[in-house]
Design a protein around this ligand. Structure first.
Ligand code: DGL
Length: 265
């Protein structure tokens, strides 16, 4: 491993925490660093060229500053757009990506009707379309781009009230009935959405499998670290860096629940 810093998890906001918590179960000794580009949140509606340039420039700083031993891009919107460019820009850093779990969904569906719930950006990506062509040609795949769910997920995690109707309005299009069959799998293709999975289960028009890729991403990280895994726990607390540099006691408490200390506090 070229670098000796922490494993860096990146997302635009709090969604990547759903991946970090799975990684911590599998790698309890590893030093983790969570980076949220909350100054840019939500990134689901950013134009592609602007977002690519922004992510590449941010990672130039992050890699120089923290020398991560590996990076988990815990964000579909960022990775489906800039994953290849990030790997090219930082050939010494192993990158683990997050992409819509279309392949496992196609392998598991019984009805052949799958929905992919994602940000508008992820739904538009060539990357997402080619996953469908490569792995789900025999399925009917409904792409549902949500404008507001990432923000609703953040509000829910912060303990603010989020109405069932608001959530149902965002997920309703995932439920398709066709030729006597019904959607049986919804791919959660934004790392924020597993934060709402219990709410989705309670309001869904019928039961479906809500596919969260977090555990599979954490397992991929274990494979990538290989022999380079940490053997002993360091005594330093794991940090979280937020690009807007917030002074926010609620955020501090919330991050403490994920074993993270907000940098700069
Ligand atoms: N969590 C991010 C993802 O997985 C996106 C959230 C946002 O819109 O910024 O796509």
């Amino acid at each position: 491993m070229a670098n000796s810093g922490p494993v860096l998890f990146f997302d635009s906001g709090l969604g990547g925490l759903t991946v970090l918590r799975e990684a911590r179960y599998l790698l309890p000794c590893e030093a983790l660093l969570y980076v949220a580009d909350d100054a840019a949140f939500p990134i689901g509606r950013w134009p592609e060229a602007d977002l690519t340039a922004h992510i590449l420039s941010l990672f130039d700083d992050l890699v120089a500053r923290y020398r991560p031993r590996a990076v988990v891009v815990a964000c579909n919107t960022a990775f489906t757009l800039a994953g290849a460019a990030l790997r090219k820009a930082h050939p010494d850093v192993p990158f683990v990506g997050t992409v819509p779990a279309i392949k496992p969904a196609a392998e598991r569906t019984a009805s052949g009707l799958i929905s992919v719930l994602a940000t508008p950006g992820t739904v538009r990506r060539t990357y997402t379309r080619s996953l469908i062509e490569s792995f789900a040609g025999q399925c009917h795949v409904r792409l549902v781009g949500s404008d507001g769910l990432a923000e609703l997920a953040e509000r829910h995690l912060r303990g603010e009230a989020v109405a069932d109707d608001a959530l149902l309005g965002e997920i309703r299009d995932c439920f398709v009935e066709w030729d006597g069959r019904r959607t049986d799998i919804v791919v959660l293709a934004c790392t924020h959405y597993p934060l709402l999975a219990n709410r989705f289960r309670a309001i869904a028009p019928w039961p479906v499998d809500w596919l969260d890729p977090a555990e599979a991403i954490a397992r991929q990280l274990v494979r990538v670290l290989g022999e380079g895994r940490a053997e002993a726990r360091s005594h330093q607390p794991d940090k979280a860096v937020f690009t807007s540099r917030p002074q926010d006691p609620v955020l501090e408490r919330l991050l403490a629940g994920f074993g993270l200390v907000l940098e700069g506090q």
